[in-house]
Design a protein around this ligand. Structure first.
Ligand code: HEM
Length: 143
């Protein structure tokens, strides 16, 4: 996976937009309106911001040292069942992060960058659809 392309795309997005939080959640709630009421207690958008920052850090770990991201995703899929978040929405959330970065990159989003992101999104989704850590450890999940 071209980690350098994904890292660079986050850098360009950050240069063009200081805080991705409003863009990401507007897009998320557009695609998954049922998720918006789940954030009703988050009046100052701190949870939204903290969650997004954890997700971006996990993506960077996943394409780099991969110290904890896969396990974090598996754990949060389980934990978030308690918030009534269906596992499929994790894929939506990761897609929404990618789409937000893509829009900010505009003409800098090349076919190569697109391919790198697609590979990342598919690899992340493996851990959403396989949240059982005992199973993925046994099966030696794909890189
Ligand atoms: C790997 C992916 C995810 C990670 C690491 C993550 C992480 C977190 C964390 C750390 C919190 C608590 C934040 C705090 O209290 O400051 C949280 C809360 C929450 N997350 Fe996520 N999350 C993920 C995916 C999702 C997805 C896909 C949704 C669906 C929209 C979601 C919905 C929520 C909700 C509804 C809350 C509670 C909001 C509240 O208490 O007001 N999360 N998440």
């Amino acid at each position: 996976m071209r980690a350098d392309l994904i890292e660079r795309s986050f850098e360009i997005a950050a240069e063009r937009c200081g805080d991705l939080t409003p863009l990401v959640y507007a897009r998320l709630f557009d695609q998954q309106p049922a998720m918006e009421p789940l954030f009703c207690l988050d009046t100052h958008h701190q949870v939204r911001g903290e969650m997004l920052s954890q997700v971006i850090r996990a993506m960077l770990d996943f394409i780099g040292e991969r110290q904890y991201a896969a396990t974090l995703i598996q754990t949060e899929v389980m934990n978030h069942a308690g918030y009534d978040v269906p596992p499929a929405v994790f894929r939506t959330f990761f897609d929404v992060v990618a789409e937000t970065v893509r829009d900010l990159m505009a003409e800098d989003w090349t076919d190569e960058v697109d391919a790198a992101w697609r590979e990342l999104l598919t690899a992340l989704d493996y851990y959403v659809t396989h949240p059982d850590q005992a199973e993925t450890a046994r099966d030696a999940a794909p890189a």
